[in-house]
Design a protein around this ligand. Structure first.
Ligand SMILES: Cc1cc2nc3c(=O)[nH]c(=O)nc-3n(C[C@H](O)[C@H](O)[C@H](O)COP(=O)(O)O)c2cc1C
Length: 295
């Protein structure tokens, strides 16, 4: 059997396939899949419960989907009710969080630490569907935030970046501050129009574009950041079959996340793990040697 183990800094994964934030919720029926992948990133939590945006909040587009969920979540204290569910997951459990100001980020992380259940954290620096909270796109503010967060926890830290920011510069800051990796990328801000009804498809007008249409854009960022910064990368964007994951590895991702592809096929994460294993065997190459082979 090929060795599928991979590392994102200090975070060891039994295989390189993760479930992206916002995809699985906290539903019992997903446990079987979550226990076969390398780990799960839970829905982003904010300090206080958030209702999200007005409906409709999801629309299919050509080769992708647009969502404007807008961070609907029970707030960091609300996770208490999910602990028995989270404990059933035997693979890596990664909390995703976002503060609307600096202090909120620190407070949420301290509360998450108190649960003593998460193996790592993913900072959501990237949600396109929230109007507040963009202050951290200022690099000076961001460096201070990332530095202070690094002091709060010894656990692995991953920053998830928006493709619509200074991706390379932010990844460089993460590397300098000892972050274990970056997730590239979140969705692209976009609009869908219903020409028959002559109206916007989403209640919020804007949504985040994901799915196959963003894969080449994600691959571009993975390649560019790996080549110029060299930090560990989790590739995310447009994975709907096994070969998409291989493409992410070839341009430098050490692991991948599956997002909207899961909605088409909830068995996809397991199928991707199997495909990667078969591919490595057939090509007689280790995962380690495959990662960044095209760089
Ligand atoms: C319905 C939905 C909800 C999402 N919620 C979150 C979220 O809470 N936090 C986050 O960091 N990303 C969120 N995302 C973005 C995904 O984690 C992922 O970055 C994005 O969908 C790109 O991957 P994909 O092309 O495989 O879907 C969400 C995506 C979708 C489709």
């Amino acid at each position: 059997m090929s060795n599928l183990k991979t590392h994102i800094g200090k975070l060891e994964l039994k295989n390189p396939v993760l479930i992206a934030s916002g995809i699985c919720g906290f539903a019992e029926e997903n446990i079987d899949v979550l226990n076969k992948v390398g780990g799960t990133i839970f829905k982003t939590v904010t300090l206080n419960p958030t209702n999200g945006n007005c409906p409709p909040r999801v629309v299919d587009t050509y080769e992708g989907m647009l969502n404007s969920i807008g961070l609907e979540n029970p707030g960091v204290d609300g996770i208490k009710d999910k602990l028995s569910y989270i404990k059933k997951i035997r693979t890596k459990k990664i909390a995703s969080f976002l503060g609307f100001d600096e202090k909120e980020f620190y407070l949420i992380l301290k509360k998450l630490e108190n649960y003593k259940i998460f193996d790592a954290y993913e900072l959501n620096l990237s949600c396109p569907n929230v109007k507040k909270g963009k202050w951290f796109y200022n690099l000076k503010n961001l460096r201070k935030l990332l530095k202070n967060i690094r002091f709060i926890t010894k656990k692995p830290l991953i920053a998830k970046l928006s493709p619509e920011t200074q991706v390379v510069k932010i990844a460089q800051i993460c590397k300098e501050l000892g972050y274990d990796g970056v997730t590239l990328i979140n969705t692209y801000s976009a609009i869908a129009v219903d020409y028959k009804e002559q109206k916007f498809c989403l209640g919020n007008i804007f949504g985040g574009l994901s799915g196959p249409v963003i894969k080449p854009l994600a691959l571009r960022w993975v390649y560019e950041v790996k080549k110029s910064v060299g930090i560990n990368i989790i590739g995310c964007g447009g994975i709907i079959e096994g070969k998409d994951a291989i493409e992410h590895f070839l341009v430098g991702a050490s692991a991948v996340q599956i997002g909207s592809g899961y909605f088409r096929n909830p068995q996809l994460p397991i199928e991707v793990v199997k495909f990667v294993e078969k591919y490595l065997k057939e090509k007689r190459v280790s995962l380690k040697d495959l990662i960044g082979k095209l760089i």
